[in-house]
Design a protein around this ligand. Sequence first.
Ligand SMILES: Nc1ncnc2c1ncn2[C@@H]1O[C@H](COP(=O)(O)OP(=O)(O)OP(=O)(O)O)[C@@H](O)[C@H]1O
Length: 636
Amino acid sequence: MDSDILNRNETPGAGGAETRPFAADVAQILKLMVHSVYSDRDVFLRELLSNAADACEKLRHLSLIDDTLAVGAEPFGIVIEVDGDNGTLAVIDNGIGMSREELTENLGTIARSGTRAFVEALSKKEDGSALIGQFGVGFYAAFMVAKEVVVTSRRAGAAEAWTWRSDGAGTFTVEPAGDDAPARGTRVTVVLADDARDYADAFRVEEVVRTHAAHIPVPIAIRTAGSAESRTLVDGTALWTRSRSSVTPEEYAEFFKTLAGETTDPALTVHYRAEGRQDYSVLAFVPGRTPFDLFNPDRKGRMKLYVRRVFITDEAALLPGWLRFVRGVVDSEDLPLNLSREMLQSNPLIDAIRKGLTGRILTELEKLAENDAASFLKIWDAFGAVIKEGLYEEPDRRDAIFKIARFRTTRGEGWRTLAEILADKKENQTALYYVLGESEAAVATSPHLEGYRARGIEVMLLTDPVDAFWVQTALGYEGKPFRSVTQGSADLDQIPLTAPQEGGEEAKAGDVAALVALVKQSLGDKVSDVRTSARLATSPVCLVAPEFGPDRQLEKLLSRSGEKMPGLAPVLELNPRHAVVKALAAKAAAGGAAAEIETSARLLFGQARILDGEVPDDPAAFSEALSALLERSVGA
Ligand SMILES: Nc1ncnc2c1ncn2[C@@H]1O[C@H](COP(=O)(O)OP(=O)(O)OP(=O)(O)O)[C@@H](O)[C@H]1O
């Protein structure tokens, strides 16, 4: 809420009309709505209907726990009133309604993080209209089709009613409502823009409701202005209470779209009823694409909790954070209606539902992976990076997540399972190897992989930020530990080569020992050790983390996020088959080339850093040494 706006007192005394500016981010959204070329303007009606339904559900819930809020015998419902002569469409509900302050606050500022994220996304992208479809932009969507929007509302139990009005051009007014205000609830009247007058046609509206709002759990009727008769369009039965066999895929898809404000079909639908120690129904969906705010730290789970068909909250932790992309409904038969905030946070019944639901979603994902690999891979592509958070957040689920996890590897044959990688392990291979990095292209060329390639060992290419964390905590898979190719000694000697090693014979052991000693002396505390390695095939050198040090990629990731790890200098590994290393080793053994070896050591160290995607530790000295070398080689 923008307190500056709310505190500015422009009220000309009780009873008068008051004009206020929209908060800056609302104005930005409105501008986009008014000028939008968004093709599917129909969604504005879905947004208004879903707000009206929310208002009914809120009051239904409150009236059950608060005796002072008598709701009378009139059933909850929504009426759409079309007026072709005046070019208006109104959505009328008998729900909770809004007070004067609520009108100002709810329809003048943006409180929801989702909408806020929309504004942030907007400011980053040129073409905002492409984004609208991805967001439930709510009430403001009405301005896609409106010349003016008039909201008249009476809060349940209140004597006075208020009218909010705006043409979407920067300000809105609030004034006392006239005699035609609803007895309870809200009427949103959209004065249609000239190019949107077809929304005042009952058949057109009916078609929109059937496509976009057929499963709103509150009855919806339509009538023409001036006529007392209305026709029911939606009966308001909750889809999740029906049996699975009676619901068509189209009905599921429509329900999902209404619920999630999505335009694409769900990738997976999970519908079941749990019976036993607790009875509850679940209708959950995995969306067909990645939502814009998946990695927004504010993003919470989006499961709605109902108790015996009464909507309670969408803030109950019905799923763990790593399944936060799942949308849907849980309807419990056992929870009390008056769940307080504290009870939501620690309630054994909710914990049990979360456990059951999490297990079920994982099982359904596993089944999908078996029966329809292509659909499953789409889900993994979109949400794998989030699901992997579960590997360290919920160690008990690790085995189940490992079953569905898919990885890119050096085999380059698309996604691979851990079981497949394990089945293809090489003779004497004691670990499952991985390389961490920012992109597949970047890690695939890492010199650290050379020795593994030469032995045909499959290495997992882990490029999601979360990978650096779970590999630290996961103990292994089927008894094989996970091991970084840039960490510790390579222990590759026991694994036979599949390709002939480049460079032929290794340098003599004695020669190499002399070289290692001199390089170590030259580099001082820049390295914690220097040694030869089986890790390399074509490159002369590489840097690796010391035996018990953190993976170098993880170290980089943390230092970028401002967290410093206790700095352990890396280990420089030399390839004893490389021509340069062999020549230097021979010189080191013969003695008398200390200065040349020192320069070479600095160059090799700089080169190793470059191969790691870094700059040489002393770029000026590196460049000078390189120039000197080039001068000699070109005979300058
Ligand atoms: N018909 C209504 N009755 C009562 N309150 C309403 C009604 N329509 C809107 N509101 C209030 O205005 C707020 C803003 O509505 P808006 O549709 O912009 O966002 P939202 O519904 O909270 O979020 P989203 O549409 O993104 O899910 C709502 O949260 C609600 O408090």
